[in-house]
Design a protein. Structure first.
Length: 345
């Protein structure tokens, strides 16, 4: 399945059905009076976050969605049926924005359902207009028109941990070693052209979602290369695993390039907890590993983990460290949402 994370769609709720002008006509009843029924309400347009989706690809092939029109009222006080609703199903983590890219709603949990456009009310039939003065009204209301709007759908994957690094840093290989995901892997830059998700199972009850984000290059925060669209996918993560290819000449500069893009993009990426790891150590001797790790530690000022996604060296230990950090962050969020405790006097 192709990955699509941003698309523009057009939605329109249904018009209400018109009220009916009708009079009771029965044998032996000369003046039956008005009996025109009301029109049905137009259909609504809803959006719903569902599990099991990780792309907006369906909206590449259909961009226009229109709810059903309400049925007109009929004689004998028969009301028209309501128009059929339309429900746009999107992956959890989809943002809904207006035409100017202002956020309308963030669909961040499964089952969330939001009304985008309400259907028009049905018109009243002529029975509503009967009065002492006008016993036989020949007037009914038309149905109200539905609402029409253009919206942007922008997907930001919901993952606990994000893998970042320059192209060819070994992120896809690491993801494959850490989970059951099978991303495309090759020995050239930009193998990964879309984010990949994998479920990491450490033990019973210990699991988290790991996202492999396409490689960043200098200027990515300004749209260069794969650009800002994929930087957005790490906004929701609690922890970043920053992989640096240990086989390249200047590992410190590789780290600086990615850090600069994270800081330039903003949105809190620069403040996320980062685990820095020297990758591909299976291709290096012990002396070179020590030298490269020392260079990285001097540049970043933090401890550097030594791993190999290909040989699965140090992968489990790094994942356990990431899991502990994710759990700690979830605890902080829960405490913030709970608020201060009420103290009794």
């Amino acid at each position: 399945m192709k990955f699509l994370d941003q698309v523009k769609v057009y939605v329109r709720s249904g018009n209400g059905g018109g009220g009916a002008v009708s009079f009771r006509r029965e044998k032996y009843i000369e003046y039956g009076g008005p009996d025109g029924g009301d029109g049905g309400r137009g259909g609504d347009v809803w959006i719903e976050a569902v599990e099991g989706l990780n792309t907006l690809i369906d909206y590449r092939y259909q961009q226009h969605f229109r709810a059903g029109t309400g049925v007109h009222g009929m004689g004998r006080n028969r009301h028209g049926a309501a128009g059929q609703d339309v429900v746009l199903k999107v992956p959890v983590g989809t943002e809904v924005l207006d035409e100017d890219k202002n956020l309308i709603v963030d669909m961040d949990h499964p089952g969330q359902r939001v009304l985008l456009a309400a259907g028009g009310n049905g018109g009243w039939g002529n029975v509503h207009f009967k009065g002492p003065v006008n016993q036989a009204p020949r007037h009914a209301n038309p149905g109200l028109e539905g609402q029409e709007l253009a919206i942007w759908l922008r997907l930001k994957l919901i993952a606990d941990v994000g893998l970042v690094g320059l192209p060819n840093a070994g992120k896809s290989t690491f993801l494959a070693a850490a989970s059951a995901a099978r991303p495309k892997i090759a020995d050239y830059p930009f193998t990964t052209l879309a984010p990949n998700l994998g479920m990491v199972d450490l033990s019973v009850g210990e699991r988290f979602i790991l996202a492999d984000i396409p490689g960043l290059i200098e200027g990515a925060s300004e749209g260069a290369g794969i650009g800002t669209r994929f930087l957005g996918h790490v906004e929701r993560t609690a922890v970043l695993i920053h992989l640096v290819d240990g086989t390249q000449e200047d590992v410190a500069q590789a780290w600086r390039t990615v850090r600069h893009e994270l800081e330039a993009y903003g949105e809190g990426l620069e403040d996320k907890t980062e685990i820095l790891a020297l990758n591909k150590i299976d291709a290096l001797d012990e002396e070179t590993i020590a030298e490269k790790a020392a260079e990285l530690e001097a540049a970043a000022g933090v401890k550097v983990r030594r791993v190999s996604g290909f040989a699965k060296i140090g992968v489990t230990e790094l994942l356990r460290e990431a899991y502990a950090l994710v759990q700690a962050r979830k605890g902080e969020i829960a405490a913030e949402e709970a608020g201060p405790e009420d103290w009794a006097p």
